[in-house]
Design a protein around this ligand. Structure first.
Ligand code: ADP
Length: 264
């Protein structure tokens, strides 16, 4: 608790007490701790690719560049892939900090969600084909429009579809669907996969930034650990909710989020 103001209290000219104003600083502390953890995490995440890039560049200059062409090519490929990882990380960190600073203003309009779903589906179809994963689109007719920022909603669906494909082995299935929400004022969009699933104990923490079930696997897949944190922020800015459950049918996971229906 923090004392911010105090003043003597006088009754009939005689001092009779003190008025003191206290503030609960536990919230302020919490925010400060979260910020400190974030900076520590970011430094850790950035340091890894930077030190790999530096190491391989030094080895190349130390002679590998002249002596062994094949090896040199391999090293340059490693440098390139870690540079790409670094770029993705910086991009996600900037997006997340804009979202968290509330500097982001949504550009919301009545939106036909089926068009946005078809667009993202087509964007990711090639990735799924390459892995021999089947994709399904399930859009019933006659759904109302939602009030949403199209670009941001695309970002959420792309993140969820990209994860579903990343964490599903070949021959699996990824389904993108939309339904009227339990609350009729909302539509519910869902991405279901038949992939590796998420252990029960990890489910409550999965939307935290940099939280991963398996760090090595996420890295191998080019993940930054920020996709779900970004998705959660965007959905909440719209007044919706995002959640995850285990996909009982065929294992895997189901991520769903809601968006408010636009006024008629
Ligand atoms: P990443 O870049 O690591 O994929 P995300 O924030 O998108 O970061 O996801 C966080 C973690 O949640 C992932 O590392 C992974 O462990 C888990 N995860 C996300 N989506 C799925 C999914 N569809 N199936 C299984 N695990 C998932």
């Amino acid at each position: 608790t923090l004392l911010t103001h105090w003043a003597p209290l006088a009754v009939d000219g005689r001092k009779s007490g003190v008025v003191a104003v206290f503030h609960d600083i536990s919230d302020m502390k919490k925010v400060e701790n979260i910020r400190r953890d974030f900076v520590a995490n970011v430094s850790h995440e950035l340091r890894t690719p930077v030190s790999v890039i530096k190491g391989y560049a030094e080895t190349l200059l130390d002679g590998a560049l002249q002596s062994d062409g094949d090896r040199a090519t391999r090293f340059v490929e490693i440098i390139l892939s870690h540079s790409e990882r670094l770029a993705a990380l910086i991009n996600d960190i900037l997006t997340l900090s804009t979202l968290e600073s509330r500097a982001l203003v949504l550009d919301r309009h009545p939106l036909d969600i089926s068009g946005t779903m078809r667009k993202t589906y087509m964007l990711l179809e090639e990735n799924a084909n390459k892995k021999d994963i089947r994709m399904q689109l399930d859009i019933p007719a006659g759904l109302p429009r939602v009030l949403a920022d199209q670009g941001r909603v695309e970002q959420v669906i792309v993140n969820l579809l990209d994860n579903a494909i990343k964490y599903t082995p070949p021959q699996g299935m990824v389904t993108l669907s939309v339904r009227q929400g339990d609350d009729p004022g909302f539509l519910k969009i869902a991405v279901a996969d038949t992939g590796i699933g998420i252990p029960f104990k990890d489910l409550p923490r999965i939307f935290e930034r940099f939280y991963r079930v398996d760090e090595a696997r996420s890295r191998d897949q080019g993940g930054t650990g920020l996709g779900l944190a970004i998705a959660k922020h965007i959905v909440q800015l719209h007044g919706g909710e995002i959640s995850v459950t285990n996909n009982e049918f065929g294992k895997g996971s189901i991520f769903s989020f809601t968006l408010p229906v636009a006024a008629a």
